[in-house]
Design a protein around this ligand. Structure first.
Ligand code: GLU
Length: 286
């Protein structure tokens, strides 16, 4: 099973974790919880922590958010050994600077015969650069363009053809055994938009592999994305990392915190005079 190979990976390169924020808003309590967990787990295992700026969704990225994410993470007490501000052996740590690598990975997937070009709806396609948190999970792509070849490859969306019926099982470190079925729980997903922007699924997988990440800590709303990403690892014969999905932090109406929740942002807590320790305790409590 995947998890066995992943442990072998850890014993070869040591624990390597990552923080992968998207600077499309201010970080909130949900991010704090995930990133604090990632930091603590890495510290406990005497590992190396990488900060990766996931800035592919350029329509929403702002320089101010990039600055704030570095500042807020440091304020919280998180420290990383590799990242855009400190360098490291796997630089660059900014996704918009890594497109050559994404192109190579898509070419590898094309060579494996799992990619087709698709001319479906703009809305569907625009969504692809951002990680699909629960409320963003769209309907299953019906596979309309599956029979197309790659002749209009340059200006078309590229999709990953999921192996219908294939079971994806993995042992989440916190949540235990997870089971997904390709083609039922999710359909063919976007690897690259028609305008050339690579998707979250492709970029996160390509980078976690290239940066030798051994454990991915992320929110439980991304479980289904993890299943998709495991299919990319399988198609390429790569060893996936271990996965640890954090519980979701909800607002008082039971909705997952999103960047629209300004009152839960770390900036706001700071301006109210809350201390990093108080926020860390809130993270542990949620
Ligand atoms: N950049 C993604 C987000 O902020 C991170 C997802 C992941 O950890 O892979 O939602």
């Amino acid at each position: 099973m995947d998890a066995v190979n992943s442990s072998q990976l850890i014993s070869t390169v040591g624990y390597r974790g990552r923080l992968a924020p998207s600077p499309t808003g201010y970080l909130h309590l949900g991010h704090a919880q995930t990133f604090w967990t990632a930091f603590k787990r890495c510290l406990e295992q005497k590992g190396t922590l990488t900060l990766r700026n996931e800035d592919l969704d350029q329509s929403r990225v702002k320089p101010e958010f990039i600055r704030a994410m570095h500042e807020d993470l440091r304020w919280l007490g998180i420290d990383w050994q590799e990242g855009p501000d400190v360098g490291g052996s796997f630089a660059p740590y900014v996704q918009t600077m890594r497109t050559q690598w994404y192109r190579e990975v898509v070419d590898l997937l094309i060579a494996r015969g799992v990619v087709y070009s698709c001319c479906c709806s703009r809305k569907d396609i625009l969504r692809a650069a951002a990680a699909p948190h629960i409320e963003d999970e769209g309907p299953l792509y019906p596979g309309t363009c599956r029979a197309r070849d790659l002749s209009c490859h340059e200006n078309c969306t590229l999709r990953f053809r999921v192996p219908d019926g294939e079971v994806i099982e993995f042992n989440d470190v916190r949540m235990g055994l997870q089971r997904w079925v390709a083609g039922m729980d999710f359909g063919d997903f976007v690897l690259r938009r028609g305008d050339g922007v690579y998707s979250y699924q492709l970029a996160a997988t390509a980078d976690d592999h290239a940066m030798r990440i051994t454990e991915v800590v992320r929110g439980a709303d991304l479980l289904c994305s993890t299943a998709r990403q495991i299919l990319i690892y399988r198609a390429l014969g790569w060893t996936p990392p271990v996965f640890y999905h954090c519980p979701l932090v909800l607002d008082d109406q039971g909705r997952r915190l999103a960047k629209r929740h300004d009152s839960f942002s770390l900036r706001q807590f700071r301006s109210e005079g809350r201390t990093p320790e108080e926020i860390r305790n809130l993270c542990l409590a949620s």
